[in-house]
Design a protein around this ligand. Structure first.
Ligand SMILES: [Fe+2]
Length: 207
């Protein structure tokens, strides 16, 4: 029988827990190679170029998938919210499955920036395990009319309150996200929380 936490992650596209034991058990069930990063809020000036912090600083981040410019983006993301001000910043998710299921959007083509390079890419991508979705408005620009139409549709969808899943993450809590289906966004960070809130992020790859 499948682990109930993995079942919930597969069914809902996310799994949130305040239990370190549950988080470690679920992390142990996720596939292959991993990469870990420590993320902390930064003001625009000090941030690395081509990052969300450089563009948005302590403001709200746009909804996005992680690693869209990688040939094989991370399958799942684990975020461990740390620091006494962890719960002062809200965190939101949107399930994009409806776009993924619609064949029409397979022809929406975007230009993707990766460092100094650019290449063409659809939002909808196929692997042997299924059909998936990825999008990051920071580095993906619509190329054809379907992509332009898709951006408008996605914006309407994201602006609809019913579609959004919002969290006030507790200190030391964990969220696991299906990065091939869900977009995520961080809310505004107050200046006073700069050193009192950070995130330990793990990317889990399919292979
Ligand atoms: Fe992200």
């Amino acid at each position: 029988m499948m682990d109930p936490k993995l079942q919930k992650l597969n069914a809902s596209g996310y799994f949130y827990t305040t239990s370190i034991t549950e988080a470690m058990e679920l992390a142990g069930l996720l596939p292959g190679k991993i990469k870990c990063h420590r993320l902390s809020p930064q003001e625009n000036e000090g941030a690395r170029s081509h990052t969300l912090s450089k563009e948005f600083g302590l403001g709200e981040f746009p909804f996005h998938s992680d690693g869209v410019n990688q040939p094989d983006p991370p399958r799942y993301i684990q975020l461990n919210f740390k620091g006494p001000d962890a719960s002062f910043v809200h965190f939101s998710l949107i399930d994009m499955t409806v776009f993924c299921e619609e064949e029409f959007w397979e022809e929406a083509i975007f230009s993707v920036r990766s460092g100094s390079k650019r290449f063409m890419l659809p939002c909808i991508f196929k692997k042997t395990s299924g059909k998936f979705f990825k999008y990051n408005p920071m580095i993906m620009t619509p190329l054809n009319n379907k992509a332009k139409e898709m951006v408008i549709e996605m914006r309407n969808f994201q602006n609809s309150i019913e579609q959004m899943i919002c969290f006030q993450p507790q200190e030391n809590s964990h969220i696991f996200i299906d990065n091939y289906r869900m977009l995520h966004s961080r809310g505004k960070v107050g200046k006073e929380s700069l050193d009192r809130r950070w995130v330990e992020r793990t990317w889990f790859y399919d292979n």
